[in-house]
Ligand binder design. Structure first.
Ligand code: NAP
Length: 294
């Protein structure tokens, strides 16, 4: 029996076990996929334990992607450039780090909007770990232009510096999302906007930028899954839209392939993911109804 896991803090709401489990079952692979909550100070001990117990691999989510990159015996070039590891392969006693976020987002954008990465022009809202990993991967894959709007401008400028180093052909620029002139110009140039902030999960949070600036022709992909007020506003403006479930699926598909060395059963993994999201939505609706009556 092979053992896999997702490490994060927190991770209990993740639907990755159902998605990966569906993939393993479809190919007749005997494997488990656990959720492991690990606080940042405990990460070293956790990695030592997974090595010692012979886990075949694991995924990594917030807040450990950068720290995991520093604990690998080898890291693939895109993951090293982005300082972000979300997939670990444990083989022959060595830990190999990969980043599949860029692959997942690229596959989702292609699937949802028919937009390819080489020669493409992208606008990212946010410069956190996911935006950094994906935008650096896009630049490495030949994107022509990447603009990054982030509240903390220094983080967006850091990503622009990385892109200039690893993919000098790519035009990259940073600005603040409240700079309306820069935002409107970036939206007019981009083929696809990627909403990569964590805003939109909780009621009452601000919009990542003013949706009134959105041209109705701009494709909008929100990394958050389940739909956000920003994505709904983009749809009302006529933009083609998609939420983060395509990215979640395809980053998991790539992890599966890195671990097993076999083509992933994408349809089975998509079904596993959709069923788990539906189940989670039902549970949340019941909890919300319970809160109202409490
Ligand atoms: P992160 O490293 O914590 O970055 C968070 C980003 O959100 C930063 O750019 C941050 O800006 C911005 N932000 C947070 N609160 C804000 C506020 N009040 N006003 C303006 N900006 C704010 O998180 P991450 O790992 O990049 O993840 C970002 C989102 O993508 C999360 O919702 C995550 O669940 C989602 N995600 C989805 C997938 C998928 O497969 N669909 C994969 C990875 C991540 P500052 O830099 O200014 O703080």
């Amino acid at each position: 029996m092979e053992r896999y896991a997702l490490l994060g803090w927190p991770v209990r709401h993740s639907v990755s076990p159902q998605m990966q489990g569906a993939g393993f079952r479809a190919l007749g692979i005997e494997a488990t996929y656990e959720l492991i909550e690990v606080a940042p100070p405990d990460l070293d001990a956790c990695v030592r334990r997974l090595r010692a117990e012979g886990y075949a691999g694991w995924n990594v989510t917030v807040p450990h992607k950068e720290a995991m990159a520093e604990r690998m015996d080898a890291v693939d070039p895109a993951a090293r450039a982005a300082r972000s590891v979300n997939t670990v392969l444990h083989r022959g006693g060595r830990l190999c780090g990969h980043s599949t976020d860029g692959y997942g987002l690229a596959a989702a954008i292609r699937e949802s909007f028919g937009i390819g990465i080489p020669g493409g022009r992208f606008l990212f809202l946010g410069a956190g770990g996911a935006a950094r990993a994906a935008s650096v991967a896009f630049a490495c894959q030949g994107a022509a232009e990447i603009q990054i709007a982030n509240r903390t401008i220094g983080k967006a400028e850091d990503v622009v510096r990385i892109i200039a180093e690893v993919a000098p052909h790519c035009r990259a620029a940073a600005f603040r999302p409240d700079d309306r002139a820069a935002l409107a110009a970036a939206m007019a140039r981009a083929q696809c906007l990627v909403q990569a902030t964590s805003l939109g999960l909780h009621p009452g949070e601000p919009m990542p930028c003013d949706p009134a600036c959105l041209p109705g022709t701009l494709a909008v992909m929100d990394m958050v899954y389940g739909g956000t007020p920003f994505l709904a506003a983009a749809a009302r403006r006529g933009c083609p839209t998609a939420d983060g479930r395509g990215m979640l699926l395809h980053q998991g598909v790539r992890s599966f392939e890195i671990w097993t060395g076999r083509p992933a059963p994408v349809a089975a993994m998509r079904r596993g993911l959709e069923e788990a999201l539906e189940e989670r939505r039902r549970r949340q609706a019941v909890e919300a109804a319970g809160d109202k009556h409490a």
